[in-house]
Every structure is written in C-alpha cells, then in structure tokens.
Design a protein. Structure first.
Length: 146
C-alpha cells in the first residue's frame, strides 16, 4: 500500500525520521547508496545504517545492522515496525522507496517466524511511502525452518 506522509501515524513518521537521520551515519564510499533503518522493539527505537567494506561481503546492510543490534539487546521481544530510507550520491532522499535486498528479506522472514509476529515495514520515498504489514508482502514464497 502506498501512503502519503499525512496518512502515517506519529509513531510511523518518527520512525521514518530516525531512519532518514541514520543515513548520515552510513559508510558507503563504494556504492554511494546511503541506507538508514530504524526499528521499534520493546518500546525502543533502534537505528541501523549500511557499512561497506572493500571486501564487499564484509559489509552489512542497514536493515540487518538494526535487526541484529535489536536481537542482541532484546532477544525475547518481537520487532514491531521497521522503517527504511535511502539517500543517493547527490545526498538526496530517493523519490521512490527502495526495498530490502534478498538477504535482508530472509532475515526479516526469520525474525517474523521466530517471534510469530509480523513486522510492519515502512519504505520511505519523498513522493510516497510503501506500508506493508509483514515481509510476506515483499516475499510471498519464502524459505523458513523445516
């Protein structure tokens, strides 16, 4: 579902603002794709940002940095909501929202499965924000534990 800024709740707007602010902590000297994430877990907002490395597999996406930090701090609490924002090489936020990569989607699936709780996902763009009530809207055929 696509939503305008005014249609989002105060909590959703605040989470997106934290994700936007987190883009300024990104280390992206190779892609110049500055991704910020923020999640709500246990009543606390936990930010994340992408961290690149010359050995590309050694970097980490914003979504996973936030999810793993949240898991380390609050291992028994579900993630309630996740916001993602992206700035380009010109320092501008993207007009159209960017969606999580495959590995981040898989971590979100595992997170939802583990806690038996969907994660509300907010993908921010300056023209509109995509709002999803769970990762299965982005990845309907998913792999989980057998």
């Amino acid at each position: 579902m696509s939503a305008q800024w005014s249609e989002l709740s105060d909590a959703e707007q605040q989470l997106i603002e934290t994700a936007k602010q987190s883009t300024y902590n990104s280390y992206a000297p190779y892609s110049h794709f500055y991704v910020g994430a923020a999640l709500l877990k246990n009543g606390v907002v936990i930010p994340g940002c992408n961290q690149e490395n010359a050995a590309f597999p050694s970097g980490l996406c914003a979504e996973r940095s936030a999810l793993f930090a949240a898991g380390a701090q609050y291992p028994d609490q579900p993630v309630l909501m996740l916001a993602i924002a992206v700035r380009n090489s010109k320092g501008e936020f993207l007009e159209e929202p960017a969606s999580p990569c495959g590995p981040c989607r898989q971590v979100l699936i595992e997170t939802e499965t583990r806690f038996k709780h969907p994660v509300r996902i907010l993908l921010y763009g300056t023209r509109h924000t995509y709002v999803m009530d769970g990762i299965k809207e982005l990845m309907p055929l998913s792999f989980t534990q057998i």
